[in-house]
Design a protein around this ligand. Structure first.
Ligand SMILES: *Cc1c(COP(=O)(O)O)cnc(C)c1O
Length: 443
């Protein structure tokens, strides 16, 4: 009798995320045994270039020697300690470093473990802020069409992606949605800036009517990731910031996907910031902040928000907690990640990588008859495929694996979001693999 494979054991015992498990009757799971820089290595020794940074988390490659060394040292010092009533160097140092990255504008960091929890925290903090300020009726939210902020019940309520939301709609206190500034929505002769101005006018109209009951606007700055790498002009963020200030509504920047240098600046929001008052009231980070190593998320907020909770009355405090809040190992991985940003001048090096990506993509698909809306924002490049069959994404994924590349289209949108260690030859390998997969999936 042969013993069951890892694949059989996984299908029997593990319920995989975001997956119709029955599809694995014909689509095999891929056992990954090792990671090495931008490569994942499967059971058969096949090397796959991680073109989507393992769900947008991995920034500096797998098993990065510097992050590994920091974690080894932390393992020998302090694994975990609760953060209520206690503190430790990694969580303090990380909070100080993040505050500095906002020019001390968002100087208070609250920690959790996953992105959806960061969204929940920002939403709760915002409503509780207004309650503490004597405006408890400001407890509703507004978000953008096609926005994604996580899949817990609170986060789903501000998420506008039907496939994630529909089955749970009866459980949600659904937020309002206003039009997305999606740059693809330009009318003939119109620019992306004009689309942004038009979307901001809709937001203004909405806020004018509903601001009295609205706590916050939540946005993914510059790129709406999960709904298909929808990109928009920073002018929208500038206008939305001004409107939020005018109507006394918080601006929550969900930088879980776009933060940590992904769009070319450390925070995507920075591209719309000229002065201190232009910063959002809250910034959510997760995914890349720990280098893709350990679950870590956080919400940064301002002195003004913090002050509204600072009081003799316990009930005015932010009484929210997770068991692993501020986990020292995760914070240490994040500190090692920020060290690499500083030591290697990563944002500059990424400008060269971004140009290589753009050049390679334009050469391959600039005139491709099925490729539409080739677009880029820093280390994210995407295009839409016209005339794609309903099973396009699955077929593309499988064909890309055959070509040695991990890529997972969202519907008919193909995107690249590689770790910040890819070299020119690896970018070529990734784009060649995509080109082969595109031909196979359109066949
Ligand atoms: C991934 C993501 C989340 C949710 O993070 P999880 O860790 O998956 O809960 C929230 N917002 C954005 C913009 C994301 O991309």
């Amino acid at each position: 009798m042969t013993s069951p494979t890892l694949l059989d054991r996984s299908l029997a015992a593990v319920w995989h995320p975001c997956t119709q498990m029955k599809q694995h009757e014909h689509l095999p799971l891929l056992p990954i045994v090792r990671g090495e820089g931008p490569w994942l290595i499967d059971e058969r020794g096949r090397r796959l270039l991680d073109g989507i940074s393992s769900w947008w988390t991995n920034l500096f490659g797998h098993c990065n020697p510097r992050i590994n060394a920091a974690l080894r040292e932390q393992l020998e010092t302090l694994d975990h300690a609760m953060l209520a009533g206690f503190t430790h160097e990694p969580v303090v140092a990380l909070s100080e470093r993040l505050s500095a990255l906002t020019g001390q504008r968002l100087g208070h960091a609250f920690y959790a473990s996953d992105g959806a929890s960061a969204t929940e925290i920002a939403l709760k903090m915002s409503a509780h802020y207004w309650r503490n300020r004597g405006k408890p009726e400001k407890n509703r939210y507004v978000s953008l069409a096609g926005g994604y902020h996580g899949e817990t019940v609170g986060a789903l309520a501000v998420t506008d992606v039907a496939i994630f939301r529909d089955a749970y709609a009866p459980l949600l206190r659904q937020a309002a949605t206003v039009p997305s500034p999606d740059a693809r929505l330009t009318a003939p002769g119109e620019s992306a800036v004009e689309v942004a101005v038009r979307a901001a006018a809709s937001l203004e109209e909405w806020l004018d009517r509903h601001h009295r009951h609205t706590a916050a606007l939540i946005v993914e700055p510059l790129v709406q990731g999960a709904s298909g790498m929808v990109m928009y002009d920073p002018e929208y963020l500038r206008l939305a910031r001004r409107l939020c200030t005018r109507f006394e509504v918080h601006l929550i920047a969900d930088e879980i996907a776009v933060g940590c240098g992904r769009t070319g600046t450390f925070f995507a929001s920075e591209q719309a910031i000229a002065a201190a008052q232009d910063w959002p009231d809250f910034i959510c980070l997760s995914k890349g902040i720990s280098g893709g190593y350990l679950p870590l998320s956080l919400v940064l907020s301002t002195d003004e928000v913090y002050a509204a909770f600072y009081h003799d009355d316990t009930r005015r405090a932010f009484l929210h907690s997770h068991s692993y809040t501020g986990n020292p190992l995760a914070c240490r991985a994040a500190l090692a990640t920020l060290d690499i940003f500083a030591e290697d001048d990563v944002l500059s090096a990424n400008r060269i990588r971004s140009r290589l990506l753009a050049k390679g993509a334009t050469a391959r698909w600039g005139d491709h008859p099925s490729v539409r809306n080739l677009r880029q924002q820093g280390m994210i490049l995407a295009f839409d495929v016209e005339g794609a069959a309903p099973d396009f994404a699955q077929r593309f994924f499988a064909a890309a694996l055959d070509a040695g590349v991990l890529l997972r289209p969202i519907g008919n949108t193909v995107y690249f979001m590689p770790p910040y260690v890819v070299e020119a030859a690896q970018i070529d390998h990734m784009l060649d693999g995509a080109d082969a997969a595109l031909a196979a999936a359109l066949d």
